[in-house]
Write a protein that binds this ligand. Structure first.
Ligand SMILES: [Zn+2]
Length: 401
């Protein structure tokens, strides 16, 4: 009897411990971020991405950071930074921390670059990854024109966050990954299953002799710092779980090849900044458009270099215009400001996006916070309709009555 009682109490205690442990695992706080670039006014596509990122965090009871990705000083403007905060608040999307700015962190990016051997410094990380006596980082003297010729494809039009890295050729490889993801027999997404090898930097400057490098540097040719990804590619950089897409696998050719961490004009690459920021700000959940999907192997590589923990990823279907083109900040008529000036309510925009994305069957105005309780990434459709050409009129007509 006494032994029985002890056993029961032990059992209860161990069950209790298991419950406590499960809760501890579950209550590890989700930290997400809204990360707009202040390079123009927000449009409906941005509203969709920020709504989803906001819901992912709010539904999990986590913390949300606002980070202004103003890494490119030529394109970022303080008035856009102010406007986008006003637009987010107008939509009913708030945040708990920030805004943090990338422009305040250039020293941190420079130090990270240096830790990888970017200034010729010795480093543990560089030694760990440098293979066969090759450098982890190397100066790349290729001009934009040469890079275009190497990529064998014209540069796509501007306006994307990806252009921050200046090497858009990898973008052409992952457009198919997003637009027409190839579902393979095992049900996995094979990202970049098409001609994704197109556009990878073939490592021309990696193969320069020390003399050639020195000559070019002495002649004052501008150069970018490029990282030797192709020869440090490991299987774990090619696969991850996505909250919307499920298991994503990249073919090695689709990983993007060597990429720049700092452009020849001195601007740090988006890939570098975003990975360092996410590590330092403790970000555990990354929600972003499918157009960025192809960056993931490069970011997983950088995370591993800097000892970061892998966040959860959710890659969202893109809101494309009626011709199937990505929305750009030049689509002024569907900027949030334009719609607001035309008399569209934030509830109409949120309600329309929730219906369009599959989060809500009913098409009616609602507030962002009305969507929190029922939110699930798995409810988001993988393929969404194109934006109707008369979207502004439709939103105007969308009223609560
Ligand atoms: Zn080069």
């Amino acid at each position: 009897m006494g032994a029985d009682g002890r056993f029961t109490s032990w059992l209860q205690k161990s069950k209790l411990m298991a419950t406590i442990n499960m809760n501890a695992a579950r209550t590890k706080p989700i930290i997400g971020r809204l990360a707009p670039s202040p390079t123009g006014y927000l449009h409906l596509g941005n509203a969709w991405a920020f709504l989803a990122a906001w819901l992912g965090v709010r539904a999990a009871g986590g913390r949300l950071i606002l980070r202004l990705e103003d890494i490119d000083p030529q394109r970022s403007k303080p008035e856009f930074a102010l406007a986008l905060q006003e637009d987010l608040r107008w939509l009913g999307l708030d945040w708990d921390e920030g805004p943090y700015t990338q422009s305040a962190r250039f020293e941190c990016y420079a130090a990270a670059l240096e830790s990888l051997g970017g200034q010729g410094a010795e480093s543990d990380q560089a030694e760990k990854y440098a293979s066969g006596g090759r450098d982890l980082l190397y100066p790349c003297f290729c001009s934009r024109k040469e890079l275009r010729e190497l990529a064998g494809a014209p540069q796509a039009g501007g306006g994307s966050r990806q252009s921050g890295s200046s090497f858009r050729q990898s973008g052409s490889g992952f457009r198919q990954a997003g637009g027409g993801s190839n579902q393979s027999e095992d049900g996995n997404i094979r990202a970049g299953a098409g001609n994704a090898a197109d556009g990878s930097y073939p490592g021309v400057c990696r193969n320069l002799s020390p003399q050639e490098r020195e000559e070019r540097q002495r002649s004052g040719l501008p150069f970018a710092w490029r990282i030797n990804f192709a020869q440090n590619l490991r299987p774990e950089f090619l696969e991850f779980e996505d909250l919307i897409l499920g298991r994503v696998n990249f073919r090695p050719e689709a990983a993007g090849g060597d990429f720049a961490l700092r452009r020849s004009d001195g601007v740090f690459a988006y890939q570098l900044a975003v990975v360092l920021d996410d590590i330092e700000q403790g970000v555990t959940q990354v929600v972003r458009g499918e157009d960025i999907l192809g960056s993931t192997p490069r970011q997983l590589f950088l995370q591993s270099l800097f000892g970061g923990e892998r966040p959860e990823y959710a890659h969202l279907p893109l809101l494309l215009d009626h011709q199937g083109e990505r929305l750009a900040k030049r689509h002024a008529s569907i900027s949030l400001r334009g719609l607001r000036a035309a008399g569209v309510s934030p509830e109409a925009i949120i309600g329309w996006l929730a219906h369009w994305s599959g989060l809500r069957t009913e098409l009616s105005p609602c507030r962002a916070r009305d969507l929190v309780d029922s939110f699930s990434f798995s409810a988001i459709k993988r393929e969404c309709e194109l934006l109707p050409i008369d979207i502004a009129d439709r939103l105007l007509r969308l009223r609560a009555d």
